[in-house]
Design a binder for this molecule. Structure first.
Ligand SMILES: Nc1ncnc2c1ncn2[C@@H]1O[C@H](COP(=O)(O)OP(=O)(O)OP(=O)(O)O)[C@@H](O)[C@H]1O
Ligand SMILES: [Mg+2]
Length: 156
């Protein structure tokens, strides 16, 4: 899908999230999404849109230096409306593997605990840096820019 700006990206993020949550058949462990794309492609911007959509109150900033950020999900559901797909998730994890040299570093930061909890929704930038420990059921979003500064987003 083509995104001309961050507002477009926010709409695409909603569509992709719904697809990801619907396609999740087994209930074992966290839901994990790898975000691939060059520096500045819009991986963090995408995650910020997801956080906003899920009702995360805290400001989502790039986890490049802290590697892992954990946010409480508070869905803005008015009373009387039925629970939505995303409601089983309690925490959004935003991980940036850019500065990691290998899988071991992420394992030391508690990766196994993060991905074994079904209440966790995990978005990870630079998943190719830790490809060996990405679970087989992980989904991937590919973001690429074009000469106009637009972004192309693909969900796989
Ligand atoms: N269509 C678009 N979608 C998303 N971001 C866009 C778009 N057009 C421009 N931008 C801008 O591009 C920048 C994307 O930066 P962002 O930090 O999200 O990239 P990133 O992929 O996370 O980079 P890094 O690999 O350095 O973490 C933001 O400043 C954002 O406003
Ligand atoms: Mg980023």
């Amino acid at each position: 899908m083509l995104s001309k700006n961050v507002q477009d990206t926010a709409k695409i993020a909603e569509v992709f999230l719904e697809k990801i949550l619907k396609s999740r058949k087994d209930k074992l462990g966290a839901t994990i999404v790898g975000l691939s794309g060059e520096l500045g492609a819009g991986k963090t911007a995408f995650t910020q849109s997801i956080a906003k959509h899920l009702g995360v109150k805290k400001k989502v900033i790039s986890p490049t230096f802290v590697i892992i950020k954990k946010y409480l999900i508070r869905p803005p559901r008015p009373s009387g409306t039925p629970p939505s797909q995303g409601e089983k998730y309690k925490f959004l994890f935003h991980i940036d593997a850019y500065r990691l040299k290998n899988e071991k570093e992420l394992l030391h930061l508690g990766w196994e605990d993060i991905i074994s909890n079904e209440e966790h929704l995990v978005f990870i930038e630079w998943p190719e840096n830790v490809s060996k420990i990405m679970p087989a059921h992980a989904r991937y979003i590919y973001i690429s820019g074009n000469e106009k500064g637009h972004r192309n987003l693909k969900l796989k």
